[in-house]
Design a protein around this ligand. Structure first.
Ligand SMILES: Cc1ncc(COP(=O)(O)O)c(C=O)c1O
Length: 395
């Protein structure tokens, strides 16, 4: 075999989301697409907002000379300035373009951050359930992922890190609103986390970055205001993208923002820009940078996602499923009525409903539903959930 043993091993362990995708494709082939209810992928159902097409058309009709050339590795100054202005507005913290780097999505941003800050063997704390790629990304850059538990409401248990945060801890990754649970972390939790990190920094004479994955920051429900970790830890780095809030995952456009009060800010920025280049991203897509700088105030219809959440949540609760009500993103993470989540997901498949077992997110005993799907799929999946609920005597 010509590929590396490490890659062979990672591929064999695989991603459950990918596995379900492949099984779903086989089911669709066999029974017809319209008879399979696929809730396995976080691929936004919505089209990008009208403003996106307007900007795309404007650029096509009035191209800017040189708009497809190489640029500074951090991205266009105008785009970075627009992102900084929007972040300043949202957080009340004064960002400038010098705190922003445009990236190839949040995935690219995370890899750039981890490459920049990790020495071999440095530890990165993540909380289960987690976005499974974190494990791969930490490994990409010779780090060691330390997984910590959350409580019954999927809130990080801050007494657990007490024993785990040590001299080798370089970063803590948080993700709120969360994939796969939809949970949004409170200001109080972020305050306590910030305090804990600074205590540990003082104890070990280290710096611990709080890396906040905000891919779903703007998809937040019930009139909630987004509690930002920036207010609680100056060594904070935001990674995010427009994959979900503008429904542009295929366009690979996102950014890194570092807290303006971060220590050794210039060195950090220089490192991040260097890694954006040398990881081979070079820069974020030019066309998208020209467009999103005019769309910082625009999002897809969050109300529509909230309706989908309400519809599915209400039905599942009525059927007897145990679900923590999501406050953001477009996922929910119900308890598997049968302890074995893989067996339960397989059972649902018999009814042509595709979900992902919790073990794919480091948390067996649950399963993930992705409700960024059309209403036909949402309505169609109910019969399968009901049959399985009856089988397990939930009702
Ligand atoms: C929690 C989380 N972080 C990062 C990403 C990567 O997003 P992007 O498309 O911006 O790279 C995803 C994608 O689903 C995600 O769910």
């Amino acid at each position: 075999m010509s590929i590396s043993e490490k890659v062979q091993k990672s591929m064999a362990e695989g991603s459950w989301i990918r596995r379900m995708f492949e099984e779903g494709a086989a089911l669709k082939q066999r029974y017809g697409k319209e008879n399979v209810f696929d809730l396995s992928l976080g691929n936004p159902v919505m089209e990008p907002p009208a403003e996106f097409r307007r900007e795309l058309k404007r650029l096509a009709e009035h191209p800017i000379p040189g708009m497809h050339r190489y640029m500074e590795n951090a991205g266009y100054a105008e785009t970075r300035a627009a992102v900084a202005a929007q972040l300043s507005l949202e957080t009340g913290i004064k960002f400038t373009m010098n705190d922003i780097i445009m990236t190839c999505g949040a995935a690219g941003a995370l890899n750039v951050v981890l490459k920049t800050i990790l020495n071999q063997g440095d530890e990165v704390i993540i909380f289960a359930p987690y976005f499974v790629e974190y494990i791969n990304y930490v490994d990409n850059h010779d780090g060691v992922a330390r997984v910590l538990p959350t409580d019954g409401q999927f809130i990080p248990k801050l007494d657990a890190p007490e024993s785990v945060i040590g001299a080798k801890t370089k970063a803590v990754i948080i993700n709120s609103p969360n994939n796969p649970t939809g949970v949004v972390y409170s200001d109080d939790l972020l305050h306590r986390l910030g305090q804990l990190l600074r205590e540990k920094e003082a104890e070990y004479g280290t710096q611990i970055f709080l890396v906040s994955d905000e891919a779903y920051r703007k998809i937040i429900y019930d009139g909630l205001e987004y509690p930002s970790p920036l207010h609680h830890h100056p060594q904070s780095i935001i990674v995010t993208s427009h994959s979900k809030d503008l429904a542009l995952p295929g366009e690979r456009i996102g950014y890194i923002a570092i807290h303006p009060d971060c220590s050794q800010r210039k060195e950090l920025m220089d490192g991040l820009i260097f890694c954006n280049r040398t990881l081979g991203y070079v820069n974020a897509p030019a066309l998208m940078q020209h467009i999103v700088r005019h769309l910082q105030l625009v999002t897809v219809s969050v109300a529509e996602y909230q309706q989908k959440r309400d519809f599915l949540y209400d039905h599942l609760i009525e059927m007897g499923y145990s679900v923590v009500k999501p406050r953001g993103a477009f996922y929910m993470f119900p308890k598997s009525p049968q302890g074995d989540d893989v067996a339960f997901v397989t059972e649902l498949q018999q009814w042509k409903v595709l979900t992902v077992p919790g073990c794919g997110f480091g948390t067996p005993g649950y399963f993930r539903i992705s409700y960024c799907v059309d209403d036909r799929t949402l309505k169609g999946c109910l019969a399968g959930f009901k049959k399985v609920a009856q089988k397990f005597n939930l009702c």
